[in-house]
Design a protein around this ligand. Structure first.
Ligand SMILES: Cc1cc2nc3c(=O)[nH]c(=O)nc-3n(C[C@H](O)[C@H](O)[C@H](O)COP(=O)(O)OP(=O)(O)OC[C@H]3O[C@@H](n4cnc5c(N)ncnc54)[C@H](O)[C@@H]3O)c2cc1C
Ligand code: FES
Length: 288
């Protein structure tokens, strides 16, 4: 077994390298899909062929030698194959470098990190997932999981909002969900175009399309501005704050509770989250 040795204080300390939370693993790119002008979907497999064990809602630190590493949500369900998906939006140095990679290239992954969606609190109830923009990436993991274990949940409702039809992600999935009997799928765009025949308006306009029971468990992921308006609608419907879960995105560096970059008061988004019940963070300044 590989060991590192420390002789501090004259004592030898052996540590299994596999337990090192800072040690990345190599992952191979099996497939790349350019899904919009800004985003690419990568399907990855660990180079040692081992299974990536994770829960929906967990994150990875994804790195490239010479560029750095960035936090990204896992965008596929652990119930599917021994590959896993991430989506990278080109915004800066690391994400642009990642989006230049091609099938067969390698990158580095550290994780899975953080606490994902609380499956034990969601099972057995109606589930409403509300995803805005790139918020569909981490929620896609839970969507696939729910579809694969459909009997464990009651009604399954999905709201998805994008800025315009060209910004919609996972087009093949959207096409399946529109036809599926296992999910009540509602979608909207802020701005339509001549080809768009669906709803136009912000994501809260979808609440008029269906009836939501107050006992529904709700998961929300999207731009911070969306949280406030969606929560207002849910409160009108009588959904309890402890049954509303928010997937927060904060600046992260280490991803393991050491550097403080993601801290909101006494919470570390990387280790206490990124998924929090609204009741736990509603009083934290700047949480949403
Ligand atoms: C929990 C979590 C999950 C995430 N999941 C995804 C995902 O699935 N897909 C994805 O594409 N991105 C995701 N992000 C955002 C991603 O980590 C940032 O886009 C990335 O760190 C930018 O790094 P960069 O070097 O490319 O850009 P930089 O050169 O560091 O920055 C370029 C621009 O992006 C802005 N920026 C940097 N970091 C963030 C951030 N965390 N949030 C918002 N704006 C930022 C900067 O202010 C700057 O304007 C996630 C972030 C977190 C914390
Ligand atoms: S990212 Fe370093 S403490 Fe959370």
């Amino acid at each position: 077994m590989p060991t590192t040795t420390c002789t501090c204080g004259g004592k030898a300390v052996a540590k299994d390298v596999k337990d090192n939370i800072f040690l990345p693993k190599e992952a191979k790119i099996i497939r790349v899909e350019k899904t919009t002008e800004m985003e690419r979907i990568f399907t990855l497999r660990l180079a040692d062929e081992s299974q990536m064990k994770f829960e929906p809602g967990q994150i990875l630190e994804v790195g490239l030698m010479g560029y750095g590493e960035i936090p990204l949500g896992l965008a596929s369900s652990p119930t599917r194959t021994n590959t896993f998906d991430i989506v990278v939006r080109s915004v800066g140095r690391v994400s642009q470098a990642l989006n230049r990679l091609a099938q067969g290239d390698s990158l580095l992954v550290r994780g899975p990190l953080g606490k994902g969606f609380p499956l034990e609190n969601l099972r057995g109830h109606d589930l409403l997932i509300i995803a805005g923009g790139i918020g569909l990436c981490p929620t896609r993991s839970l969507i696939q999981y729910t579809l694969d274990r459909r009997k464990e949940f009651q009604r399954f409702i999905l709201f998805y909002g994008a800025r315009d039809p060209q910004q919609q992600l996972f087009l093949a999935d959207l096409s399946d969900w529109r036809k599926s009997k296992d999910v009540e799928y509602h979608e909207t765009v802020d701005r339509g175009d001549p080809s768009w025949k669906g709803n136009v308006g912000v994501i809260t306009t979808l609440f008029s399309k269906t009836k939501i029971d107050p006992g529904t468990r709700v998961v929300i992921c999207g731009p911070p501005i969306m949280f406030k308006f969606v929560i207002r609608e849910l409160e009108k419907l009588g959904v309890a704050r402890q049954n509303i879960y928010l997937d927060l995105e904060r600046r992260m560096k280490c991803g393991v509770g050491k550097c403080g970059h993601c801290q909101i008061n006494d919470k570390y988004v990387c280790t206490d989250g990124p998924v929090f019940p609204f009741s736990e963070i509603e009083k934290l300044e700047e949480a949403i």
